[in-house]
Design a binder for this molecule. Structure first.
Ligand SMILES: Nc1ncnc2c1ncn2[C@@H]1O[C@H](COP(=O)(O)OP(=O)(O)O)[C@@H](O)[C@H]1O
Ligand SMILES: O=P(O)(O)OC[C@H](O)CO
Length: 494
């Protein structure tokens, strides 16, 4: 029996999952690591934590599966995207902590670039916006703020990588400085149409191109894990950013197919085929995957707070003990009035991109209590998804012809998924396999290793566990969504 090992290096934890020959999960290991918040709006990870938790979870998953490294046909890596690591190629030592995708420290730098009229050029090349979310301005921050970093980078001694790159560098014992096209597409340095690093963007941000990794297809030979790590060499055969891996894991291979992942945040990706679609509604144009040199593009909507609003009910308001308690609470809410919650705790993502906006609740009465807040919190996720879908429909007329495929921790909530279907007025499909992110990475590696089926064969294995269909009158839907739009406008005006 041969196995595939998927590494899912996420924002709050690292996971390793062993899949067998028929793509079934046989073992999983997970380890959380510390989040560092050195200043308001700053979020960092210790690069060594990312690495050591990956190694220990891989070892634990292999042990639990009762297998040796020699039984593994290949490794697939998927990762939190945009998070930025800069290290010295001679010593392998990072020059600074990993600056996490959520980090807003380069807000002013981005505003300055926008005022100088650079956004159009940046969007044309990269499909992204001049926002601190992406890696480019984070790399520039390291070069401009860490003592001696710029000189070392210009001398060719420093390397930049997203988390996948950092992991491969370490797994291969400092041999390979590589990434895949989906991760490159999140850096603000990659030309997604020409499929190469953009000299224009590197000049704009003053980043030496010698720091950048080689960009490969998502299923490629990324290098060999050195033998002393797990007891045998293992080829690394697949890499994709986590939201792209979920798109693959959900088998969204045809134009018009869309997935939405409800974890801490929510990321919706719509497959737009082999042409990048330029958004007029502040969505991102990105690479869904690149296989055999052929790029498939996606429109992406990124919402920063989805499941995190449930964490706020638990840890901030302390009105629930467990995330799953929200459903029972929401069911008891007063149906006579609607509380609308705008969870802009860290600003608003797509399609508003308002970094300064903060959260707000509207429609409160003497009757508003935990149940009404729980309902409003769950509904906010549906409203935000509708915002994204409206933008996608406006940008691309062929969108929305198929059901929305959902995954992520919050998709376990039937109540939330039913409201989602009601408010978007479209079917919502929840698959049997909710490990879609790891599955996507595993499939990339497994088909490269000759173990797993091709794209069509893989798509046939996807199956729906539950379909939610809209059960809300148009009148109620329209009134509720109009109230949401008023609430978002009011929160932004505050
Ligand atoms: N039954 C549930 N109802 C509502 N929210 C849930 C439920 N289960 C999990 N969540 C939310 O989902 C999130 C965890 O999902 P997960 O996919 O593990 O996220 P991430 O990968 O971002 O850490 C948490 O924010 C949690 O509050
Ligand atoms: O680590 P996650 O699952 O929160 O995903 C983070 C995204 O990749 C950020 O763009």
């Amino acid at each position: 029996m041969r196995f595939i090992l998927a590494i899912d290096q996420g924002t709050t934890s690292s996971r390793a999952i062993v899949f067998d020959e028929v793509m079934k999960v046989v073992a999983t290991a997970q380890e959380e690591f510390d989040q560092h918040f050195p200043a308001s709006g700053w979020v960092e990870h210790d690069c060594h934590d990312l690495w050591t938790t990956v190694v220990s979870t891989c070892r634990a998953a292999m042990k639990d599966a009762g297998i040796d490294a020699g039984d593994i046909a290949g490794i697939g890596i998927t990762n939190q995207r945009e998070t930025t690591v800069v290290w010295d190629k001679n010593t392998g030592e990072p020059v600074y902590n990993a600056i996490v995708w959520q980090d807003r420290r380069t807000s002013e730098f981005c505003s300055g670039l926008k005022e100088q009229g650079h956004e159009k050029v940046a969007t044309q090349r990269t499909g992204l916006l001049l926002d601190p979310y992406f890696s480019g301005t984070k790399v520039a921050w390291v070069l401009n703020n860490v003592d001696g970093a710029r000189a070392r980078a210009e001398a060719g001694d420093l390397l930049f990588g997203t988390v996948d790159s950092w992991l491969v560098w370490n797994l291969t014992g400092g041999q390979n400085h590589v990434t895949d096209a989906t991760n490159a597409a999140r850096t603000l340095l990659y030309d997604i149409r020409k499929n190469r690093w953009s000299q224009t963007m590197c000049d704009m941000l003053d980043i030496p191109m010698s720091m950048l990794p080689e960009v490969k297809d998502c299923a490629s030979d990324f290098g060999m894990v050195k033998e002393d790590l797990f007891g045998a060499e293992i080829p690394i055969l697949g890499i994709a950013g986590d939201q792209q891996a979920a798109t693959i894991g959900q088998a969204c291979f045809k134009p018009g197919m869309m997935k939405s992942t409800y974890g801490t945040g929510c990321f919706a990706l719509l497959n737009t085929g082999d042409e990048p679609v330029t958004s007029n509604n502040r969505l991102l144009t990105t690479i869904a995957y690149r296989l055999d040199g052929k790029t498939t593009y996606a429109l992406e909507g990124s919402i920063f707070i989805a499941g995190a609003v449930v964490q706020w009910l638990r840890d901030g308001l302390q009105i629930i003990e467990n995330a799953k308690d929200t459903q029972a609470l929401a069911e008891t809410a007063d149906t006579g009035h609607d509380v609308v919650l705008v969870p802009a705790f860290t600003g608003l993502g797509a399609p508003y991109w308002n970094a300064e906006c903060r959260g707000a609740a509207f429609g409160l009465t003497r009757n508003s209590g935990p149940a009404e807040f729980a309902k409003a919190a769950l509904e906010s996720v549906g409203y935000q998804t509708r915002d994204l879908l409206e933008a996608m429909h406006a940008d691309w007329s062929s969108s929305g012809e198929t059901a929305l495929r959902v995954d992520g921790g919050m998709s376990a909530s039937d109540w939330t998924m039913q409201f989602l279907s009601d408010i978007i007025d479209a079917p919502v499909d929840r698959p049997h396999v909710l490990e879609t992110t790891a599955m996507g990475a595993a499939w990339l590696a497994g088909q490269r290793a000759g173990l797993y089926p091709d794209m069509e064969g893989f798509a046939e294995t996807w199956s729906v566990e539950k379909t939610f269909t809209s059960d809300m009158s148009a009148e109620v839907r329209d009134a509720k969504y109009a109230a949401w739009k008023r609430a978002v406008a009011a929160a932004q005006a505050f």
